[in-house]
Ligand binder design. Sequence first.
Ligand code: FES
Length: 167
Amino acid sequence: MIATKNFLTPEMIAQIEALAPRYPNRRALTLPALHIVNDALRYVPLEAVIEIADVLGLAPADVQDTLSFYAFFPQDKPAGEVRAWVCRSISCALRGGEQVLEHLCQAAGIEPGGTSADGAITVEAAECLGACDFAPCMLANKDLYKNLTPETAAAFLRDVRSRVTAD
Ligand code: FES
């Protein structure tokens, strides 16, 4: 049986271990392990970094190095249940992406990068999402939203909030 840690559950550790055969060494598992923990907790606190390092047989600084290379993993507190990345690169910017970002943040009562008080959503600015044909667009968790307008962004936020409060 896999030992429980404070932040890493046996399920998370089992998921990490299940990936091990696909990688040349334990160090190469660092990024997948960070994603597994982040998917489950919506953040990767320092304590979890130490636990990941323990599972992988690495120094905590090695794991923290990888984590801090990307701006993707929150460390202080969990991101919202939905993490929305609104594209601000050129095609989206020319087609109103900045207004969509501003409108979404305003409706959620936050600044870009912030999380709404109810924990429903974190809204962040993103660089090109590779879907310029559908500008302006947004990635929310794993779903791509295309051809957004302030109105469709507002409807998206209402939907997110109704789903979160229904849980
Ligand atoms: S510029 Fe927004 S998806 Fe490419």
